[in-house]
Design a protein around this ligand. Structure first.
Ligand code: DX5
Ligand code: ZN
Length: 209
């Protein structure tokens, strides 16, 4: 079964509670929360207080994607805010092993994300210690970008290495690119503009599944 994780970045920020209602009714099980610091990526999104507020009104699994330079410094704060899964970038400056341990110590599932230009082999040493691998299919930093088909071979290679791991793909996902990612071995699809931009979020989510 494919899990759909709509990315809040594409929601209407003036009415987040209603936006969450819309995707929850539409069948989403997870919520993807993109945190950007303006340093690791050239953009700033939202942070801990927003997640804390949403936690009070939502039972979705909070799938937090940190695009920040020093993830290790904020692990406890994201746990306190209500994150269920905390994903950091392998290219950030925190030590991956220490960061994974800290995420587990704080009671969350640990994820690692890799940018399109990072060799997949770089993540191999960590595959047996994480619960989620997030493969970027665009350069991180902005929603609404075009899907990079090169990620499909990367997903295939990673699925071969980690048959039972949750593998998620993020960036430019719609019904067509999502189907290609599922075929390549991804079992979680992150979709921002395709889901939140749709009139009928339920139909968009169903088309991804
Ligand atoms: C990009 C973010 C994505 C983004 C996806 O840096 O990590 O999660 O919101 O947006 P779409 O689905 O519109 O490409
Ligand atoms: Zn993301």
């Amino acid at each position: 079964m494919t899990i759909i994780s709509p990315s809040l970045l594409a929601a209407n920020f003036a009415c987040l509670d209603r936006e969450l209602e819309r995707i929850t009714q539409g069948g989403a099980q997870w919520l993807h929360l993109d945190v950007m610091d303006g340093i690791f990526v050239p953009n700033i999104s939202f942070g801990i207080p927003v997640i804390q507020s949403l936690r009070k009104v939502s039972a979705l699994t909070f799938d937090v994607h940190l695009m920040i330079q020093q993830p290790l410094c904020y692990v406890q704060a994201f746990a306190d805010a209500g994150a269920d899964i905390l994903t950091f970038h392998l290219e950030s400056s925190s030590d991956p092993s220490v960061t994974i341990e800290e995420i587990h110590r704080c009671g969350m599932k640990a994820g690692i994300s890799i940018k399109p230009g990072t060799p997949v082999e770089a993540v191999y040493p960590y595959l047996d210690r994480i619960e989620l691998l997030l493969v970027m299919s665009v350069e991180p930093g902005f929603g609404g970008q075009k899907f990079m088909p090169e990620c499909l071979d990367r997903i295939r290679a990673l699925r071969g290495k980690a048959p039972a791991l949750d593998i998620s793909v993020d960036g430019g996902i719609n019904a067509q690119t999502g189907a290609a990612c599922r075929e390549a071995g991804a079992n979680i699809l992150v979709a921002g503009s395709y889901v939140f931009g749709a009139q009928d979020a339920a139909a968009a989510i169903a088309s991804l599944q």
